[in-house]
Design a protein around this ligand. Sequence first.
Ligand code: ASP
Length: 342
Amino acid sequence: MQQKPKILLIYTGGTIGMMKDPKSGVLKAFDFANLLKRIPELRLLSCDITALSFKEPIDSSNMNPKFWVQISEIIESSYDRFDGFVVLHGSDTMSYTASALSFMLENLAKPVILTGSQLPIGDLRTDAKENLITSIQMASLQENNQPIVREVGLYFEYKLYRGNRTTKINAEHFEAFESFNYPNLAESGVHLKVNHEALFVPDVNEKLLVHKHFDTNIVLVKMFPGISDTILECMVNHPSIKGIVLETYGAGNATTEKWFVNALKKAIERGVQVVNVTQCPGGSVNMGQYETSSELKQIGVISGKDMTSETAVAKLMYMLGEKISSNSFKTMFEASLRGEIT
Ligand code: ASP
């Protein structure tokens, strides 16, 4: 007889785990030890669920690499005992965590699905139950006793996305995420429809390797008309800076003013890694297509191609943390490590 998949549910915090106190009407963190009692629908799923929670659940606006390490260690220590993992997380920084986990969990061959909700699980019109139940189902999908999804995914409002391709796009609609540059991995309608061609194919012969070092000495700079030389130079020349993610216009364009290009050039010469991503939600950086990006290419700016800013930030902190040598940094950054680049 086929065994039921074993799913580990990890509650880190966020709206999804809250309930309204019936007396005071105040939103309070939900006791995840009693999850099955509170959501009896979970018993109908054909999998065995174990739930655990952060001691002090957080609003995801307080997320940082220390918590990423905590999540990865929970997955690492229970990897062999479970067939899939569902991480409940606030939606605000979920795309950053999904990206970070994708880099941390090298050779991941099981599903790690992040989900959350716009309304608390105890709310009458909540989107939490559907998101939670279907995420568990996505994590339980198997073929010949092997998991179908073998990467870090993000499930929200009927869609499973590759986690490191997502961006939070809406603070109001239930459809809060979008993956502009990569197709959905699966959709939930009357049936769960998996887009097999879009799924990541890991090397199953390699063991899971968990990377836990992030270097946070980076800055994210969004270009805008009128950007100030003194302020930009302050950031770029700061003694602790090791990396810059530059959110440029369109296909990777920026002002051609001398002070701007020189500031970046000097930083690159000092060993600072400068990455170019577009501030457009969709599309890709293509340095050299316009005159306004050819100098960036010449001075050695790294192309983030069609990576999201969230992923570029996580990848930069990850690669700096891994102390990747300056010789191979650009080549490695411009390569797809976990399906984050097309
Ligand atoms: N501020 C909340 C958080 O990100 C919003 C949510 O849960 O969706 O933790």
